[in-house]
Structure formats: structure tokens, C-alpha cells
Design a protein around this ligand. Structure first.
Ligand code: TYD
Ligand code: MG
Length: 478
């Protein structure tokens, strides 16, 4: 009870493990695994982190503060359970993803690809927190940028028609300087854009490097807990899909949100990946407009309109849900069957052996005459499908192209296919189905054996269809 989790993290590559290894299992670095404790424990054991850092930034009232017992701290938190409400449609959507509002003193990390809209999102959040419609009037919020000048941020705010009086902008990359400046304002929240641009004097390495990112985040965590001011950090996601300073950051902070979106689409998803104060199943849906992000209150319409507009491409297109760590993604699988020509099979993003197996099962068990067909498979947007959970969607896409029958709009497929044509369940069914439901899909095809995992789920308007085998699926869908 109240025990912090200890992990060992490689200081070179960020690989983490539940136990210590002399040689890092990922990069083979020798003696690079360092002990790392997750959570509140840092507040009492993290002093050495600050050894060579000047303490001048600490708020005055806390200079005389004494270490507090973890149990006392938790008692306080549990009793009040107080959250800062976020007002308006946009605020409600963000608040829901945060688990029902903003918790005082929490450290929130928001990750995402460059250009996805993180700065835009945070500027809007900063504005509504500063306005404080549901919080008894305006209070100062500081938006610190190490990436843009205050004029650039000002311009953006102008375009988004943000004119909040209590929103302060500051361009700096020096954490001590930033925290010093916070003392002159009685802040309601602090935003740092981004964690990869800030640095601590006295810590080795350049900004954005593992040790800087880690130490800066720890100092900011201490600041948040001491002052009870919520702090938002923006973190860029690297090519490998992790927030730089790899997993380390995620262990330190209280809440991790990911912002996702396709380059060609205006929709943005805000997903909770870790939340010490709420569920991680929440998904926020937004649309990027001329004047910033707008909450999409009815996601199903959004997805339907998008698909209907390119309905001529729908034959041979099927949607499935894959997991990446704890994140669930929807991906589209395209199939093209060409009769007569060569019987070549080209696959892109699907394992060739797996594709061959699914095609064979379709021939043998479902009676599809694919023998004289060339079959092409492609996973849209270059993701590669490494999970068997996508089997059913691959099969559905092939059927759809072969039968020249476009799949109905708003349908998703989850399931593994066995050699007998049977549809098998896959791990994390609840999480996958939850994503489909949250995104407003009309129908989701799942394995019969997974039906039991549905009992605890709120299915909304989504119809769940459980199938035993491929024949059953084809009869129902086509
Ligand atoms: P930005 O928030 O700068 O992304 P990040 O901080 O994640 O790198 O947003 C980048 C994109 O958003 C940019 O291409 C322009 C677009 N955008 C809009 O479409 N509407 C807006 O109101 C704003 C502010 C940005
Ligand atoms: Mg930015």
C-alpha cells in the first residue's frame, strides 16, 4: 500500500526493466542500468538530484517546510480530492481525458509528433485556466516557450482569438530562471513548451539529452508538489514513437497524454496513457480549425463523413485496432484482388507468411476462389501490422475486394484467424473495443470467445457482433 514502483532504466538507451541487469538487454551497454523509482517517493528521496542546483527558485513559504510522511500527504489528497474544473466544450473534453479536471500540483506530460498541435492545445488550455470561469475568476497562468518567441506565440493567440488578461508569456530555456519568475506571479498553472528545450545549470549534457530531460522533469515535479501548481510539459515524440529521454519521463510524471493525428486530416485525438488520478481509457476528439482546436462532441459523424467522402475507395478497405504498448490505434488495411493476371502476391506492412496463410484459409475454409487472383495488401500510412489481431481485417479487406463489395461504413474487425478458419481472441480485447466504441463506430466484429470480456464495458451505440469463424463473418458482413 502506497509503495512506489522501482524500475531499472538504461541511462544510454532508456530501456527499462523490473530488475537490474549488468548489461542492458536492449543496447548491451555495460553497467548502464540505473535504479529509478516511480512516483511520490521522489519527493523524499530525490534530494541528491538537486545537490548541484541552486535552490533559489524554491518558493519562500516552503524554505522552512519539512519532509512530510507519505501517508499524511495521501490522506490530504484523498480527503479533498479536489480538481480544477475546465469550462466550456473544449475544457470538458480535455478535463475528461485528464480524469475529470485538473488536479492541483500534478505534472502532466503531453507528447506527440512535431506539428500535431501540442502548442496550440496548451495555449488553449492555458487560456481557459487563466480565465477561470468555473474557478472564481481569472488568475495568472504562465506559458513558457523555449521554441518560439513571445511574438510568435502572441500572433498565434491572436489568430485563435485568445485575449485573456491573465495569460503570461515568457521565452526561456533556463529552468531556474523560469521557476524564479513564477515567484513574482501567483500562478494557477504553468506550461513548459517543451521539455526538450529546457536545461538546468550544473547538470551535464545538452538540452534534450537524457540527463537534462530527466533532471529538469524531476525539478519541475518537485516544484509542482511543493507549490500545488499544476505543470504541463510538452514533449516531442521521436521517430521510434517515444517521448525523448525515452521512457524515463513517463515514469516521473503523474499523467501522460498523447496527441495523435494524421497529417492529411484535421482530426486530433488526445489519449490518456498514464494517469495517477483517473482512468487511462479516456479519449478526447478534436478538430483543428482556423481558430485552434475544437472539441468534437459526436465523433461518429466525424468518421462517417470522412469515409463517405472517399466512398469510391471503400471496396477492399477494412479497419482494425492494434496496440502499441498501452495505446490502441485504428489502422486501415487495403486489399486488391486482380483476377486473371499473374497470381503474384505483394504485401506491404503485413508479414508475407501471415498474409499467405490468411489467403489459404480463405480459399480452403471459406471457399473463396482466390487461386487465380493476384492479391495485393497494404497497411495505410505505412504502419506495419505485427499483431495477429489484424487477421480478421485482412481477411475482410480481401473478401471485400474479391467480391467487389464495399464494406459498410463504420465497421471494425478484431480477431486472429486459425488454420481451421476459426476466429480467435487476442489480448486486450476490452481496450480495443473501448477505442472503437469511443470513436463512434457502428459495428465491431469480434471473436465469439471474446464476448465474455464485454460485460464491464459501456458499449454506447456500437453493435458488437461475435463470430465463430470466417464463414460466419462473411455471411454477416457481406
Ligand atoms: P503546433 O501547435 O505548433 O504543433 P506542435 O506544437 O505540436 O509542433 O501546431 C502546428 C499546426 O497546427 C500548424 O501546421 C498549423 C496548425 N494550426 C491550425 O490549423 N489552426 C490554428 O489555429 C493553429 C494555431 C495552428
Ligand atoms: Mg510547438
Amino acid at each position: 500500500k502506497g509503495k512506489s514502483k522501482t524500475v531499472w532504466v538504461c541511462s544510454d538507451c532508456g530501456y527499462d526493466d523490473g530488475q537490474w541487469w549488468g548489461i542492458c538487454k536492449q543496447c548491451n551497454g555495460v553497467n548502464t542500468m540505473k535504479r529509478f523509482s516511480e512516483g511520490v517517493e521522489h519527493l523524499t528521496s530525490g534530494f541528491e538530484v538537486l545537490e548541484n542546483v541552486k535552490r533559489s527558485w524554491l518558493p519562500h513559504q516552503s524554505v522552512r517546510a519539512m519532509p512530510t510522511k507519505l501517508t499524511d500527504v495521501n490522506k490530504g489528497i484523498n480527503q479533498s480530492n479536489w480538481r480544477i474544473p475546465l469550462s466550456g466544450l473544449f475544457g470538458a473534453e480535455v478535463g475528461r481525458v485528464l480524469g475529470g479536471g485538473l488536479v492541483p500540483g500534478c505534472l502532466v506530460l503531453i507528447g506527440g509528433d512535431p506539428g500535431v498541435g501540442k502548442s496550440t492545445l496548451l495555449l488553449q488550455i492555458a487560456a481557459i485556466v487563466a480565465e477561470g470561469c468555473d474557478m472564481g475568476g481569472p488568475a495568472p497562468v504562465l506559458y513558457v516557450s523555449g521554441e518560439e518567441s513571445i511574438e510568435q506565440i502572441g500572433n498565434r493567440a491572436d489568430r485563435m482569438r485568445i485575449g485573456t488578461d491573465e495569460l503570461f508569456l515568457y521565452a526561456s530555456t533556463d529552468v531556474e530562471d523560469i521557476l524564479e519568475k513564477t515567484q513574482t506571479l501567483s500562478l494557477r498553472a504553468l506550461v513548459i513548451d517543451s521539455i526538450q528545450t529546457v536545461y538546468l545549470r550544473g547538470v551535464t549534457g545538452s538540452a534534450g539529452g537524457l540527463s537534462q530531460v530527466k533532471e529538469c522533469t524531476e525539478v519541475l515535479l518537485r516544484f509542482a508538489k511543493k507549490t500545488n501548481i499544476p505543470v504541463f510539459l510538452i514533449g516531442h515524440v521521436t521517430k521510434s514513437g517515444e517521448i525523448a529521454g525515452p521512457r524515463v519521463l513517463e515514469h516521473i510524471v503523474d499523467v501522460v497524454l498523447y496527441m495523435e493525428g494524421e497529417k492529411c486530416s484535421s482530426h486530433r485525438l488526445l489519449r490518456s496513457v498514464k494517469n495517477r488520478f483517473g482512468s487511462t481509457d479516456e479519449l478526447g476528439v478534436f478538430e483543428m480549425s482556423q481558430s485552434g482546436l475544437q472539441a468534437v462532441s459526436n465523433p461518429s459523424e466525424m468518421f462517417l463523413s470522412e469515409q463517405q467522402s472517399d466512398s469510391e475507395f471503400l471496396a477492399g478497405l477494412a479497419v482494425t485496432v492494434i496496440m502499441d504498448g498501452s495505446r490502441a490505434f485504428l489502422i486501415e488495411i487495403q486489399a486488391l484482388c486482380v483476377a486473371g493476371s499473374s497470381v503474384s502476391r505483394q504485401v506491404n506492412g503485413v508479414q508475407a507468411g501471415r498474409a499467405e496463410m490468411i489467403i489459404s484459409v480463405l480459399i480452403k475454409q471459406a471457399g473463396l476462389k482466390l487461386q487465380e487472383n493476384g492479391v495485393f495488401l497494404n497497411v495505410v500510412s505505412g504502419v506495419s501490422l505485427s499483431e495477429t489481431a489484424g487477421d480478421l481485417a485482412v481477411a475482410a479487406a480481401i473478401c471485400s475486394s474479391f467480391l467487389e463489395f464495399p464494406l459498410p461504413v463504420g465497421i471494425a474487425f478484431i480477431g486472429e484467424i486459425g488454420l481451421g478458419g476459426e476466429i480467435r481472441t487476442v489480448p486486450r480485447m476490452d481496450k480495443r473495443i473501448n477505442t472503437v466504441v469511443k470513436l463512434g463506430y457502428k459495428k465491431c466484429i469480434i471473436p465469439k470467445s471474446a464476448e465474455t470480456s464485454l460485460s464491464a464495458l459501456d458499449l454506447g451505440d456500437t453493435e458488437i457482433v461475435a463470430c465463430r469463424n470466417l464463414k460466419e463473418m462473411i455471411n454477416i458482413v457481406f
